[in-house]
Design a protein around this ligand. Sequence first.
Ligand SMILES: NC(=O)c1ccc[n+]([C@@H]2O[C@H](COP(=O)([O-])OP(=O)(O)OC[C@H]3O[C@@H](n4cnc5c(N)ncnc54)[C@H](OP(=O)(O)O)[C@@H]3O)[C@@H](O)[C@H]2O)c1
Length: 263
Amino acid sequence: MGKVTKAADLFDLTGQVALVTGASSGLGWRFAEVLAAHGAKVVLAARSIDRLQALKASIEAAGGQAHCVELDVADDAAIPGAFDAAEAAFGTVTIVLNNAGIAITKSALNMSRQDWRKVMAVNLDAVWFIAQEAGRRMKAAGKPGTIINTASIASFTVGFGIGAYCVAKAGVVQATNALALELAKDNIRVNAIAPGYILTEINRVYFDSGAGDGTIANIPQGRIGDPSDLDGTLLLLASAKASGFMTGSTIVVDGGHMLTGGR
Ligand SMILES: NC(=O)c1ccc[n+]([C@@H]2O[C@H](COP(=O)([O-])OP(=O)(O)OC[C@H]3O[C@@H](n4cnc5c(N)ncnc54)[C@H](OP(=O)(O)O)[C@@H]3O)[C@@H](O)[C@H]2O)c1
């Protein structure tokens, strides 16, 4: 049992190095800010380097440490280089946020193979191969680590026009489970956050246009989420002091939306 740890210590990430994919926008931007505010050195990864630099400046202005890495997560060959750059800046990456994601909205009969592959490459393949690269390096360095994948309530439900996205996100949950099983012996934990609807660029048009009003009406809490609604779940999974016995878990954060079918 031992003595009780106060929350400030429980969620203190000092000494950790976090790599956040999709840090240039939405959830990834917020994840990076929260991790940095709790002491982690944060490597910001995405394609939009100008946005990453703006985030780095804002994190540094708040007293944190950040480094930018331009990365297309669908480019397998670029992944080792991103980790090399992260290590050169801050040392071995010990926290990975596999968060980059895209949605291509097309009906099942109109989804081209090219669009399907794009959705799979960014939302699912990258989760696996970034976790693989991170896991190999954590193991080689003899360091414990944690990998947090951004799943979705779409991992468990289906919706019109977003079939490929739902299939990829279902895969993220199983990738989380499979990686958790194999990496536990190396002291690497793998978990996922499955958000419901959170207002970001991925869905702003849908909600701002009123097209999403019916969706909001189906959320028991009567609102869509804000990226800050994930802060506590993120910190729980990121901190080994808080969740050291958790691996292979997917935590749903959705205002109760799954209770009404998640549509
Ligand atoms: N918002 C929601 O309601 C919601 C709900 C459930 C799950 N999610 C998931 O949450 C994650 C973040 O989404 P968001 O809502 O924050 O959307 P967002 O604001 O559109 O951000 C998406 C991020 O992914 C990055 N990205 C896209 N393609 C990339 C690529 N090929 N390589 C590297 N980075 C790439 C983008 O950066 P660049 O364009 O600069 O590369 C951007 O930073 C996604 O996995 C999404 O599926 C979101």
